[in-house]
Design a protein around this ligand. Sequence first.
Ligand SMILES: C[S@@+](CC[C@H](N)C(=O)[O-])C[C@H]1O[C@@H](n2cnc3c(N)ncnc32)[C@H](O)[C@@H]1O
Length: 191
Amino acid sequence: MKYQFSKTDTYTRRAKKENYPARSIYKLQEIDQKYKIVKVMDRVLDLGCAPGSWLLYLSKEIGYNGKIVGVDINDLKIEIPQNAILIKEDVMKFETTEKFNAVVSDLSAHTTGIDFSDAEETLELCWRALEIAKKVLIKGGNFVCKIFEGEGTDEFFKEIEKSFEFSKRFKPKASRKQSREMYVVAMGFGC
Ligand SMILES: C[S@@+](CC[C@H](N)C(=O)[O-])C[C@H]1O[C@@H](n2cnc3c(N)ncnc32)[C@H](O)[C@@H]1O
């Protein structure tokens, strides 16, 4: 069963007012304020970056001397910031030799609701995000990944625990209570 959401909830209205294309900004903002995922001059890989709220937020946090690479199959709905580039590609095919301080993934198969097949497909995207993160993160790097709690997520979390010094599942206030959406926050890659 899909959830029906109001298009005009508090976070949606706030995002509109603050010129972000999606309310998801407040999820990453809360995670970053709590855990300090990125800092000035960082290089960040943003997987599933469209329509661009996280990209905009990260762009401000890392400043002019940082760099963000955003990857998505869809276009951004923002003007691309000076310190960012968009690679319009399926993450399943995405390859890079660049190194990053942080990898963030808000990838999801569908964005309006979550049923069993959406959750399964999204978990596949999570595993792909982790695979990419392990290849591109510097030692001590950070990883944030959206998951939908359910079958297979414990195994995913255990795999993350093996590679990072600290890891936690976190539900931001902007994440709808009735949704199984959670974020894995993992810090200290290879430490
Ligand atoms: C919830 S949205 C991300 C919102 C984004 N973090 C923001 O703040 O604007 C999920 C995104 O994942 C992307 N996506 C889903 N499957 C993908 C894939 N296989 N490769 C690349 N992007 C994908 C979708 O196109 C969508 O833009």
